[in-house]
Design a protein around this ligand. Structure first.
Ligand code: ATP
Ligand code: MG
Ligand code: MG
Ligand code: MG
Length: 444
């Protein structure tokens, strides 16, 4: 991609209302534009990262056996009356009347709708287990939208819903999602810690929040230092082996970890924390990037979602739901990975792999070197953002650092005259001068 033909509206100033670094950097790097409180347009650079994150989420959901669908954003109120949540949900729900005065809403979550899909088609235990997910915009009329896309009103959510015959099977489904979440966040360059959580308005018994530690996190969290050394399961993870999956969940749920909500409500949590030695305690701020719930028959019973079991009887299905906020994840990634000059994208989510900087466009040798690099690197499957603009070199370097591509390849007239370019690693600042051929071999 040539920067001269791209749309990268870099801002010189921080937006006034941007309280935290990820919000400032996303706005300055031309990733998002606020359209109203908590509602954003995604500009090209932001859209690319959002897509990368969604693809990681999707790959890990698929790997764990979940199946992608797409449900609408606008839902009929009647569906929510069946579960009893229409009245309970309160002011966070955006309620809409259509031209025939039918009550609709912009979905804040999809338990009811997916249960309706399930009950329309699935009648036998033989079609279970089933886990359906989608990645779709949600709207919650947050009391205090802030921190950019971290707490939007409109935000993207991956929400998965599992259906099983009984508690045992649905626990196994919960475990598969648990492990897939560990992998998903790791691939986004984040260390997440699963914490015992309150089940809130979605209800149910078993629940974990996946928390990324960051000073700007909105929750106070408490956990054991052991988590720091835990390794996340590899891509060869066998999700069909229930016992192996359960043992990973066991390992990750054994050391103490809980959010402030639990600490305030439950004595056992306070006591468990008090029982920890001083140096094994981590008390920190955290960002909730994912949340999984097991809630059994909370929706299947009132909404009549049942299957015939092997015993010939009807059983209400046992369910769970599993959310990730890809748009919030972008903020969390930047909170975890930036410096004074800008964003430092972890490899798997960077909007482009390489920023190629031509320090003197119009100079025949520089142009030729850059074109050669651009095509060789792109042919090798790398995504290259080629800065061929007429900006000053200093401004180009500042932009490259701000948008945080993992590798910069810098072609200046002096180096190019000797057949060389410079490679800079964004994360470490390391620089190395190489011949153009060697640079291509190194990167491709
Ligand atoms: P929070 O405690 O931050 O309000 P929540 O507990 O209400 O979040 P869930 O209902 O558990 O959120 O939704 C699943 C996931 O959706 C969250 O873990 C988070 O990643 C994301 N999410 C929820 N609310 C927002 C929001 N306002 N903006 C961006 N992402 C959100
Ligand atoms: Mg909330
Ligand atoms: Mg929460
Ligand atoms: Mg939650």
């Amino acid at each position: 991609m040539r920067l001269s033909k791209y749309f990268l509206p870099i801002l010189k100033e921080n937006p006034k209302d941007a309280e935290i670094v990820s919000h400032r950097l996303m706005a300055r790097a031309g990733m998002i534009k606020q359209q109203s409180a908590g509602v954003y347009s995604w500009l090209p650079l932001g859209k690319r990262v959002l897509d990368k994150v969604c693809n990681i989420v999707r790959e890990e959901q698929n790997r764990a056996g979940a199946i992608e669908i797409l449900m609408p954003t606008v839902q009929p109120a009647d569906l929510w009356r069946e579960s009893g949540r229409y009245d309970d949900y309160g002011q966070e729900m955006l309620r809409i009347n259509d031209r025939n005065d039918r009550e609709m809403l912009y979905g804040p979550t999809n338990e009811e709708m997916v249960t309706d899909i399930f009950r329309s088609y699935v009648k036998s235990y033989k079609n279970l287990p089933l886990n359906l997910y989608h990645i779709q915009w949600k709207f919650r009329d947050e009391r205090r939208p802030r921190f950019g896309v971290m707490r939007g009103r409109e935000f993207l959510m991956k929400d998965a819903y599992s259906f099983d015959l009984d508690y045992e099977a649905s626990k196994a489904a919960y475990n598969r999602m648990f492990v897939s979440y560990l992998r998903t966040f790791e691939r986004c360059g984040l260390k997440s810690i699963p914490m015992r959580a309150d089940t809130g308005p979605i209800g149910g018994s078993l629940s974990h929040e996946f928390i990324v530690l960051a000073e700007t996190g909105e929750s106070q969290v408490f956990c054991h230092r052991d988590f720091e050394a835990f390794a996340v399961p590899g891509a060869d993870m066998n999700y069909d082996d229930d016992a192996a999956v359960a043992s990973i969940v066991d390992k990750w749920t054994t050391p103490f970890a809980a959010t402030d909500e639990i600490m305030e409500k439950e004595d056992w949590a306070r006591q468990a924390w008090d029982g920890l030695s001083e140096d094994s305690r981590v008390s920190a701020r955290g960002i909730e990037v994912g949340h999984i719930f097991h809630f059994g028959t909370k929706y299947s019973e009132p909404m009549n979602a049942y299957v015939q079991g092997p015993d010939g009887k009807q059983h209400f299905v046992s369910m769970g739901s599993y959310g990730i906020g890809p748009s919030r994840l972008l903020g969390a990634i930047i909170e975890a990975s930036h410096d004074d000059n800008g964003i430092i994208w972890p490899k798997g989510v960077a909007p482009f792999d390489i920023g190629l900087i031509n320090m003197k466009p119009g100079d025949a040798a520089c142009d030729a070197a850059c074109e050669k690099l651009e095509s060789a690197l792109e042919n090798a499957g790398l995504e290259v953002l080629y800065d061929d603009t007429d900006e000053r070199a200093g401004a180009k370097f500042a932009t490259a650092d701000l948008i945080g591509l993992p590798i910069q390849v810098i072609a200046g007239p002096r180096a190019v005259a000797d057949g060389n370019v410079e490679i800079k690693i964004r994360a470490t600042g390391e620089r190395e001068t190489l011949s153009i051929e060697a640079a291509i071999n190194r990167l491709a």
